[in-house]
Write a protein that binds this ligand. Sequence first.
Ligand SMILES: Cc1cc2nc3c(=O)[nH]c(=O)nc-3n(C[C@H](O)[C@H](O)[C@H](O)COP(=O)(O)OP(=O)(O)OC[C@H]3O[C@@H](n4cnc5c(N)ncnc54)[C@H](O)[C@@H]3O)c2cc1C
Length: 273
Amino acid sequence: MTQLSRRTFLGYAALSSAAAYGLTTVSARPARAADAEAGLPDFSPAVVVGTGYGAAVTALRLGEAGIPTVMLEMGKLWDTPADDGSMYSSMLSPDHRAMWLKDRTEMPLASFLWLDINRRVGRHTGVLDRVHYGDMSVYLGRGVGGGSLVNGAMAVTPRRSYFEEILPDVDADEMYATYFPRANRELGVNDIDPEWFEECDAYQYARVARKHAERAGYRTVFVPSVYDFDYMRREEAGECRGRRWPRRSSSATTTASCRWTRPTSPPRSARAT
Ligand SMILES: Cc1cc2nc3c(=O)[nH]c(=O)nc-3n(C[C@H](O)[C@H](O)[C@H](O)COP(=O)(O)OP(=O)(O)OC[C@H]3O[C@@H](n4cnc5c(N)ncnc54)[C@H](O)[C@@H]3O)c2cc1C
């Protein structure tokens, strides 16, 4: 059976959520006007721009309401490994797959110990964009699946006081009683076992980072995640296998795909409300 990585799977999630009710047109081919081969209709009563979380749920709801919908995505469908056998370039050796139409990578820190850590990469429709707005820059995932292609899967329910301050018009009672618990449940949000964290190989660099953060006077906390920590434990114990990322470059990238290598049910992201 072909195994899908988490990222590929989430990409398909966006498409399949739209197609869930058989009412929505999806195509992995590049969109061209009147591309009959791609199955795009001449007319669609609804068009959803993008295929991130928001777009996926919007298209799902439109499909549920019986409204034929076309989803448009400016980025690629990341479903085919390159010649090196990987879908994406690694963090330590980025190439043209890394950035959206940029000649160089744009790391959050441009230099480390006065060394330029950015690399030249071929200009290409890569997976990560960085958009600059005056004194603020924003990273974005580009491709079918949007931010799910690149994000860290941290699943933090905001402190209620913050939520109420930032979104005073939204019913916080309903959010905290119904929607946050439902989203956490649907996404399989879980916590790391702190004892395992202290001893496992995968998090050795996180432990070093924590030590230095503490030396600098910072406190660290564990955050819930949608990565399946149980699967990660089993992977470390050699009971199952993740994708062949550079094994110890980062615990997150090493284990990111574990949860999604064996999809058994409809994509969870497509069902989040
Ligand atoms: C590096 C990184 C790490 C993150 N880590 C976390 C985390 O750990 N936990 C967490 O909760 N959140 C995290 N996030 C944030 C999270 O991924 C975003 O909040 C989320 O993806 C936003 O969803 P969205 O549907 O609004 O848009 P997006 O997921 O950004 O999707 C938008 C999609 O629309 C496409 N698009 C945009 N304009 C057009 C157009 N004109 N035509 C066609 N297509 C278009 C884009 O290419 C993209 O695919 C992270 C984000 C990044 C970039």
